[in-house]
Design a protein. Sequence first.
Length: 178
Amino acid sequence: MARRWSRLLAATGLLAGALSLAGALSLPGVASAAGPEVTISGLAFSPATLTVTVGDTVTWTNRDPVGHTVTGTGFDTGTIAGGASASVTFANAGTFAYVCTIHQSMAGTVVVKASGGGVTHGDGVLTAPPTDAVPAAGPAQPAGPGTWALALLALAGIAGLGLASRRMALARVAQRKR
């Protein structure tokens, strides 16, 4: 009977560990962007200059252990925690310089090209569309309650594995004494 419980606890621990790993790979607040991406690492934006088309959503992913912002004319992601991401959709053409307001030496530029190339008037003068941007999802949010549940599940799995291995060791010692 003790062996059966030990196996059940070990299986539960393995399942909990696998689920917590799967959850860690898809944490809320961490975008898996298919569009243009900027990585924040080593207190720098990479690439420092990114060229996109009107309507594109740019995602900044913070790989540093400290928080950063992406703040430019018409957009501000708020603080992006380490490991998190934030996105901004650029609705109009133009050149958008941005900085991290926490670390002023960090700067970058998004160049947004018009998909239609602007408007040409009868006099042959090309007028570029207005230059502003719209935040895609607002400030980056801290991890939600699901993350805490996954952390508790992982702790339960670790405890289950420890208890199972201890029971198995005690069972072996008891068998040797017989």
